[in-house]
Design a protein around this ligand. Structure first.
Ligand code: ZN
Length: 404
């Protein structure tokens, strides 16, 4: 049952009006003017609530300068409570409208609703006479929907001074329940290089050492190490083999595929590439050690040299990490307000928190924004009941995070 708190109801109506305004602004990724307008509208609202507001300009990958909104409470100095959001949407806006308790609008869910929830939460705290943390720093980026360089850079930069991180992206709607994101998988790219011995398959077959056979053996065993549930996974994304000239010069020699040329060579080179995904650094290290051992074992049996090279790493947000206590507080606050909040302990896909310098050393909560559906489509909607709930939830969390 929804309890009718008149204070919350009043604040909710104002936040809903603000959300209408936000959704009427068209701010698809790359639309500089629209993004500036979004930054200005959100900035003005926070400015009225005592925040120091700046719009920075940062270059994206193409060198275009795009706005980043930074709004800081009076005590957000070297250390702060970092709130993260994005100004951009996937599609250009069409006029928003309300129907059946939903707001249908471009970016209503992802993630203009998160800004409306924040403004509502600040108002609710003010109405209750409770102080919001004075060290809030909100950073809103312009290029999240295109996996942008600015998003990554800003989270890295602002993450350094954060004492805790709240991400205003939407939670998920699961039947009559809503979620909060606690864990996010990290990833590590890898490459395996197999070097065998070439030989004529008719004249000297047994002198050859097939790099393809060795790499296939390793990749099949590696992929089979993947554990269902919360365990780590191994993905073999590519496997290429053949004679060394072919593999090392694919650009030039790829058109050999489909011909009968050089089928009489025992393949002396193979290359496999892929990634690991994991929820904890311990999982990653354990898996990597197993993969290295596997390379040694396969090399010993096949007499093919196998070299495993780790590549780029993105850290996970460990669901048993420092965000846990905060998440449990949120679950309790929701229950006290009469609704059910579920924790997503294993969300795949890299997002804002993965770019923090050391996510394992910070309390992080993601998915604090209101839920809905149809993300990134013309059917996108936000559940207005959820906006009301999330205003209350965010207010309770902020009240508990007061004092730096
Ligand atoms: Zn988003």
């Amino acid at each position: 049952m929804v309890t009718t708190d008149p204070m919350l109801q009043h604040v909710f109506r104002a936040a809903r009006g603000f959300l209408d305004t936000l959704c009427a602004v068209s701010s698809p990724s790359g639309d500089r003017e629209g993004l500036e307008r979004m930054a200005a509208v959100v900035g003005a609202e926070l400015g009225r609530r005592g925040f120091g507001v700046e719009v920075l300009h940062e270059p994206d990958r193409e060198g275009r300068s795009l706005p980043v909104l930074v709004a800081r409470g009076p005590d957000a100095g070297e250390r702060y409570l970092l709130l993260i959001g994005h100004l951009d949407t996937v599609l250009p806006a069409v006029p928003p409208r309300r129907a059946n308790g939903h707001l249908l609008g471009t970016g209503a869910l992802d993630m203009k609703g998160g800004f409306a929830a924040l403004v509502g939460a600040l108002d609710l705290l003010a109405a209750r006479g409770v102080e919001a943390p004075s060290d809030i720093a909100l950073v809103a980026v312009p290029d999240e929907e295109v996996g942008g360089a600015i998003s990554e850079r800003m989270v890295q930069r602002w993450g350094r001074g954060a004492r805790a991180v709240l991400v205003l992206e939407p939670g998920e709607l699961r039947g009559d329940r809503e979620t909060l994101v606690l864990g996010r998988r990290g990833l590590m790219e890898w490459r395996l290089i197999a070097r065998g011995v070439a030989a004529h398959s008719g004249l000297a077959y047994w002198q050859g050492r097939s790099a393809i056979a060795a790499a296939a053996r390793w990749t099949a065993a590696a992929q089979a190490l993947s554990e269902p549930g919360r365990g780590p996974t191994v993905n073999v994304a590519r496997l290429v083999g053949g004679d060394a000239e072919f593999v090392d010069g694919l650009d030039e020699h790829h058109d050999l595929v489909g011909t009968t040329s050089r089928l009489n060579i025992v393949a002396d080179r193979a290359l496999a590439e892929g990634e690991l995904r994991f929820l904890t650094l311990a999982d990653r290290d354990r898996l990597l050690a197993t993969l290295e051992r596997l390379a040694d074992e396969v090399a010993a049996v096949t007499e093919v040299s196998l070299e495993l090279r780790p590549g780029q790493r993105v850290p996970p947000v460990d669901p048993s990490g420092l965000g846990r206590a905060l998440a449990e507080r949120a679950v309790a606050a929701a229950a006290a307000a009469g609704w059910t909040l579920e924790l997503e302990e294993d969300r795949g896909g890299v997002s804002f928190p993965n770019f923090l310098p050391s996510p394992s050393e910070l309390p992080i909560l993601d998915g604090l924004g209101p839920v809905g559906g149809g993300m990134h489509t013309r059917r996108e909607f936000l559940d207005l009941q959820s906006l009301r709930r999330r205003i209350g939830l965010l207010a309770d969390l902020l009240a508990g995070l007061g004092g730096s």
